[in-house]
Design a protein around this ligand. Sequence first.
Ligand code: ZN
Length: 76
Amino acid sequence: MPSINCKCGEKLGYGDIPNPIEWLAISDETYDGYAGMIDSETLYQEMKSILKCFKCGRLWVFWDGFKSEPVCYAPE
Ligand SMILES: [Zn+2]
């Protein structure tokens, strides 16, 4: 399973479906472009994956998909 190493040492995998440590985010502008019933796969394509480390609370956001490096956000 593909994974990244969190700065706290925890290994965060992103191959599980569904993934218990993954969140999906979509911009309000993009979401606003949809109306009514839409295909979940279509919506999925628009969403950014976020991995949450439950050990340290950091969020790893894949702004440009899994092929690009994620950006790390740490709680203050
Ligand atoms: Zn961590």
